[in-house]
Design a protein around this ligand. Structure first.
Ligand code: NAD
Ligand code: MG
Length: 402
């Protein structure tokens, strides 16, 4: 029986993780669940999964949850705040930590899990993007296991030679020529560029193939998601950014590919359902069922591939420039990029910023805040905070007054 802590259990990845755990009650148990402030959903999950701990980041929400848990007679201990999150990421009864908090808020508990030597099931790409070097050092130093949940990175992991899976020794030792990182192109791949300035949050969040949280859905619409994934892949697979090619594949059936020096190209395919990478990473190196419907190739019928349109999606260009900079010198540029993106996406979702101004806010913030060597976590967090302030100023300057 393996104990699993689910950070961000009320979100899209969290709910899928609990679904997989519930399918294997003899082998997995949720020992801790966490959420920001959704009391009702976390309470329902406590009733269904009976975890040892439940954490709400918001103190008042924690009090409300505590009352409900008591009234129900559950033995779940309720904790609050950042300390609670870090505690449940390090519990002795937990072997695996699903890192599924969205954004920079997930960095500290995810890092705590790595430092406690857990198997880290990494969905929270922002944490790795912000602190790549420091995070990977913590994984190595504390002999944590880092298993990618992001479907593309999980696919790449599955296509890697067994000898380097889980150890990430660089591409050369595995005879790998390059990584082909696929992406659907999002909901605006074919929309006329002139129409993009007026798109609404609901249009941006209507992803053609995946159902996800709103922040990552907007990232998919700007293709910043693919940019963040490029940086994520550099760290996970010790790969220089020029060895990672982005391939637009609108059907989202191939989840990424690895090309070898002999010309072989291995792809991982499956229905676009996150329970596949979740079940894979939990059971690795074994396999277990995920509850996902079988892929029917006759229904899929065809697979298309295109170059990404960098003019339409400037976020891709910005992320590639930053990827070069951070993987060469370990700078804070990716933390600045990520922070500015989080602020811009939040403003777009709050309808105070145009869709097409998201990349403008990020570009302006990158040019205003000078990156420095990411020598410590304190420096990364400091540049994250500075970038958020500067990005807010650019949002105010560009504010959508329609
Ligand atoms: P979501 O918005 O559906 O859920 C986010 C979770 O984080 C919720 O449980 C929420 O309560 C919690 N949370 C939010 N803000 C918090 C804060 N300040 N402090 C503590 N907890 C907080 O997001 P999601 O779609 O499940 O995505 C989660 C992560 O997984 C993201 O980093 C995303 O990039 C990554 N990811 C998601 C998918 C997907 O299919 N949804 C795929 C690949 C990667
Ligand atoms: Mg992905």
């Amino acid at each position: 029986m393996k104990g699993v802590t689910v950070l961000g259990s009320t979100g899209s990845i969290g709910v899928n993780t609990l679904d997989v755990i519930a399918q294997h009650p003899a082998h997995y148990r949720a020992v801790a669940l966490t959420a920001n402030r959704n009391v009702e959903r976390l309470f329902a999950q406590c009733v269904a999964h009976r975890p040892d701990y439940a954490v709400m980041s918001d103190e008042r929400a924690a009090e409300q949850l505590q009352q409900k848990v008591q009234a129900e007679g559950l033995e779940t201990e309720v904790l609050a705040g950042a300390e609670g999150l870090e505690k449940v990421a390090m519990l002795p009864q937990c072997e695996q930590v699903m890192a599924a908090i969205v954004g920079a808020a997930g960095l500290l508990p995810t890092l705590a899990a790595a430092r406690a030597g857990k198997r880290v099931l990494l969905a929270n790409k922002e944490a790795l993007v912000m602190s790549g070097h420091l995070f990977m050092d913590a994984v190595r130093e504390h002999e944590a296991e880092l298993l990618p949940i992001d479907s593309e990175h999980n696919a790449i992991f599955q296509c890697m030679p067994a000898s380097i899976s889980g150890r990430f020794n660089g591409l050369e030792s595995g005879g790998i020529e390059q990584i082909l990182l696929t992406g659907s192109g999002g909901p605006f791949r074919l929309v006329a560029p002139a129409a993009l300035a007026d798109v609404t949050p609901d249009q941006a969040c209507a992803h053609p193939n995946w159902t996800m949280g709103r922040k990552i859905s907007v990232d998919s619409a700007t293709m910043m998601n693919k940019g963040l994934e490029l940086i994520e892949a550099c760290w996970l697979f010790d790969a220089p950014p020029e060895k990672i090619q982005i391939v637009v594949h609108p059907q989202s059936i191939i989840h990424s590919m690895v090309e070898y020096v002999d010309g072989s190209v291995l792809a991982q395919m499956g229905s676009p359902d996150m329970r596949i990478p979740i079940a894979h990473a939990m059971a690795w190196p074994q396999r277990m069922s995920s509850g996902v419907e079988r892929l029917n190739l006759f229904d899929v019928a065809r697979l298309d591939f295109e170059h990404p349109d960098v003019a339409r999606f400037p976020c891709l260009r910005l992320a590639r420039e930053v990827a070069r900079e951070v993987t060469q010198g370990g700078s804070t540029a990716a933390a600045i990029l990520n922070a500015a993106n989080e602020i811009a996406v939040e403003a777009f979702l709050g309808q105070t910023l145009r869709f097409t101004d998201i990349s403008r806010v990020i570009e302006a913030t990158l040019s205003d805040v000078s990156a420095q060597a990411a020598a410590s976590l304190a420096i990364v967090l400091q540049d994250d905070a500075t970038a958020r302030e500067v990005a807010q100023q650019h949002v105010a300057r560009l504010e959508w007054k329609s």
